[in-house]
Ligand binder design. Structure first.
Ligand code: B4P
Length: 193
């Protein structure tokens, strides 16, 4: 199985590129952001709780995310592999993901980090906020809070995978197609082992 984490700060293009990569490599795309927005739309208890955090630009508590990922991985046991988009976002989530895959005798092949400068992130998210209806994209202070959360809680996840020699960095600025071509090469190398 080819299980890859697509990693990077908010607005770095994880969701955009995961959609293209899943088609090309026939993988399952699991996005915790999309799952949470689905729960919010359906007004479930989980969604109501998550929205409080997301609207403030904060990460949703690990217990909620780990439960959600666990059921998604169970549903997709027979796939060629998984693109993890938007998780793990904390070291606790990374450890939980390793344990979930271990039970299925599977593992993460690599973490692929999209590198994008902070000004570009803010521009992209504010631009998306004009049309997305996402409350976390419309307010600059909330976007800045998300970037701080990333630096404090999510960036350390890269070190967790660096220690295992599973970290690959890719430039995330440029055209969507250019970045996709570079990512394809990285995924091919990971799939060749
Ligand atoms: P997510 O839904 O994961 O999304 P994201 O960080 O906003 O963005 P992504 O990097 O996927 O960017 P995209 O491709 O869309 O998180 C939202 C919130 O959910 C979090 O703040 C948190 O509260 C919560 N959450 C989610 N997962 C969690 C977890 N595991 N633990 C705790 N909390 C969690 O691209 C952004 C924009 O840029 C788009 O408009 C796109 O068109 C544009 N773009 C992309 N590539 C471009 C390029 N090359 N050039 C120009 N524009 C580009």
């Amino acid at each position: 199985m080819l299980n890859v984490i697509l990693f990077g700060p908010p607005g770095s293009g994880k969701g955009t590129q995961a959609t293209k990569l899943k088609e090309h490599f026939n993988l399952i795309h699991i996005s915790t952001g999309d799952l949470l927005r689905g729960e919010i739309k359906n007004e479930t208890p989980l969604g109501v709780e998550a929205q409080n955090f997301m609207d403030k630009g904060l990460l949703v508590p690990d217990e909620i995310i780990i439960g959600m990922i666990s059921s998604k991985i169970d549903e997709n046991q027979d796939s060629n592999g998984i693109i993890c988009d938007g998780f793990p976002r904390t070291v606790a989530q990374a450890e939980a993901l390793d344990n979930l895959l271990d039970v299925k005798s599977s593992k993460i092949a690599g973490l692929v980090a999209l590198e994008v400068g902070e000004e570009e992130l803010k521009t992209r998210l504010l631009e998306r906020g004009k049309t997305s209806g996402r409350s976390d994209d419309t307010d600059l202070a909330t976007i800045e809070r998300r970037i701080v959360e990333y630096k404090e809680k999510t960036a350390p996840v890269a070190n967790y995978y660096k220690a295992d020699d599973k970290y690959v960095s890719v430039a995330g600025e440029g055209s969507i197609d250019e970045i996709f071509e570079n990512l394809k090469q990285v995924f091919e190398a990971l799939s060749a082992g």
